[in-house]
Design a protein around this ligand. Structure first.
Ligand code: CTP
Length: 397
C-alpha cells in the first residue's frame, strides 16, 4: 500500500508503482487531498490498476449497498490487508501529524489502523528537514517503530541543493523488496540474540529480577531479521511482541537461559548478548510460600550464576561475539576490561544515567569498543543502534 502526501516528489510515485506492479505486487494507493495537486489520481489509478482513495467519506451516491460495509471501514480493511505501507513522499506536515496521532484525512487514519510495518520516505526542503521540530518528529517516529527511508542530498524543487530530496523510487523499491523477501546484506547468516531480564524465584510467589525491558535485544533481532538473517531470540520475561520472522524462545531464570543458549549456539555466525542476566541466583527456592510467622528477619543464600557470555567467549567456535556492558562509573574503562575478560569481538557500553538511555527507553546512547578502537555514537533509536551493531559486525574480519 502506498500513501502519497502533497509534495513535488509525488510525481515520482508513478515510477514506484510501476516497479511494484511489474514485479507482481498488488498495489493500493491512498492520497492526501493536497497530493492531487501534484500528481493525478487518474494516472496512479491506471498504473496501480486499482481505485485511488482520497476522501475519508465516499459520496453516498457512489456507494452501492453491498459496498457500504466495506467502504465505511476501508481504513481498517486496508490497514489489515497490506503487507507493508509506504508513505512517499512523506511531507513535514504528514510526518508531524502521524507523530501526533492526528487522523484528519484518509491516509492518516489508515496509518493509525495499520498492523503492518509503515515506511516513511520524507521529502521536503533543506531548511524544513533541518528544523529542530522536524528533527524531533523524525526521531520520535523512528523510536515508535516507523521505518525511515532516509532522504538524499541533492537538487531540491526550490532550486536549492541540500538534504531532504526523497529517496529515488528505485531505492525505495529495493528497500521494500529486501524487507518483504527478507533478503539483505545478512541473508544466509544465523544470529542468536538474548534479551530481557531473568527472574529468580525465592519461593512460590516471590522473585528477584531487574529493570531490563528487553527493548534493545528485540530491536537488534528485528533489525537483523529485516536484513535477511535467520534470527533466534532467547528472552527472559518481557512484555514485547516478537519481531516478524524471528524465532523466539522464552525463558525465566539465568539457568534456563544458559541451557537454551548452549543448545542454540552451534552453527551461529553472530551471538549478541543483551540480556541482563541476574548475576546471583538463590541457592534454593522454597516450593511453597515462605510464612512470616516467627520470623523477624531471615537471610537468603545466593550463588553466582554462570556468566553465559564468558562461557561463549571461551567456547568460541566460528561465531563473532558481541556483549553489552551496563556501567554507571568509568564506563569505557570497565567495558574494556569486560571485552578482554570475556574474549569478545566488540562490547557495546551504555550508561543508564545518560539522557535517553537505559531501561525502558526507546533510544540509547552507546559506545562501541573493540580491541582497536572506541567509537561514541549519538543518541539513536534502539532499532538504529541495532543496525549500527550489525554494520560493525559485517566489517569484522
Ligand atoms: N552476562 C552474561 N551472564 C551473566 C551476566 C552477564 O552473559 N550471568 C552478559 C550480559 O548479557 C552482557 C555482559 O555479560 O552482555 C555484561 O553484563 P554486565 O551486567 O554489564 O556485567 P557483568 O559481567 O555482570 O559484571 P558487573 O555486574 O560486575 O558489572
Amino acid at each position: 500500500m502506498i500513501g502519497v502526501s502533497g509534495g513535488i516528489a509525488a510525481y515520482k510515485i508513478c515510477y514506484l508503482v510501476r516497479y511494484f506492479v511489474r514485479n507482481g505486487a498488488e498495489v493500493r494507493i491512498i492520497m492526501t487531498p493536497s497530493a492531487v495537486n501534484f500528481v493525478s489520481p487518474v494516472t496512479l489509478s491506471a498504473l496501480s490498476r486499482n481505485e485511488v482513495i482520497i476522501n475519508m467519506f465516499p459520496p453516498a451516491d457512489k456507494v452501492s449497498s453491498s459496498e457500504k460495509v466495506e467502504t465505511k471501514t476501508w481504513h481498517v480493511n486496508l490497514g489489515l490487508w497490506a503487507d507493508v505501507f509506504i508513505i512517499a513522499p512523506a511531507t513535514a506536515n504528514t510526518l508531524a501529524k502521524i507523530n501526533a496521532g492526528i487522523s484528519d484525512n484518509f491516509l492518516l487514519t489508515t496509518v493509525l489502523a495499520s498492523r503492518c510495518p509503515v515506511f516513511l520516505a520524507p521529502a521536503m526542503d533543506d531548511d524544513m528537514i533541518k528544523n529542530s521540530v522536524t528533527v524531533r518528529n523524525l526521531k520520535s517516529l523512528s523510536a515508535s517503530g516507523f521505518k525511515m527511508i532516509e532522504p538524499e542530498y541533492g537538487e531540491l524543487a526550490s532550486g536549492l541543493v541540500g538534504e531532504g530530496r526523497m529517496a529515488e523510487p528505485e531505492r525505495i523499491f529495493e528497500i521494500i523488496k529486501d524487507f518483504l523477501l527478507r533478503t539483505g546484506d545478512l541473508t544466509g547468516r544465523k544470529i542468536l540474540v538474548t534479551a530481557g531480564p531473568t527472574a529468580e524465584n525465592l519461593d512460590r510467589v516471590r522473585f528477584i529480577t531487574n529493570s531490563s525491558t528487553g527493548k534493545m535485544g528485540f530491536a537488534i533481532a528485528e533489525a537483523a531479521s529485516d536484513r535477511g538473517a535467520a534470527v533466534t531470540l532467547i528472552t527472559g520475561p518481557v512484555n514485547l511482541d516478537t519481531p516478524e520472522g524471528v524465532k523466539r524462545i522464552d525463558v525465566r531464570t539465568a539457568d534456563e537461559m544458559f541451557r537454551k543458549v548452549k543448545s542454540n549456539c552451534s552453527k551461529k555466525d553472530l551471538i549478541v548478548m543483551t540480556a541482563a542476566v541476574e548475576d546471583f541466583v538463590p541457592v534454593k527456592t522454597d516450593k511453597g510460600k515462605i510464612k512470616k510467622e516467627e520470623k523477624e528477619k531471615f537471610v537468603f543464600e545466593f550463588r553466582r550464576a554462570v556468566d553465559i557470555l564468558e562461557y561463549l567467549g571461551k567456547k568460541k567456535n566460528g561465531y563473532k561475539l558481541i556483549g553489552f556492558a551496563l556501567e554507571t562509573d568509568d564506563e569505557i574503562e570497565n567495558a574494556k576490561k569486560k571485552l578482554k575478560r570475556k574474549n569478545l569481538d566488540m562490547i557495546v557500553s551504555n550508561n543508564p544515567d545518560s539522557e535517553g538511555s537505559g531501561f525502558g527507553t526507546e533510544t540509547n546512547k552507546v559506545s562501541f569498543i573493540t580491541e582497536r578502537k572506541t567509537e561514541q555514537l549519538p543518541l539513536m533509536s534502539k532499532y538504529d543502534v541495532g543496525n549500527a551493531i550489525l554494520d560493525r559486525y559485517l566489517k569484522m574480519k
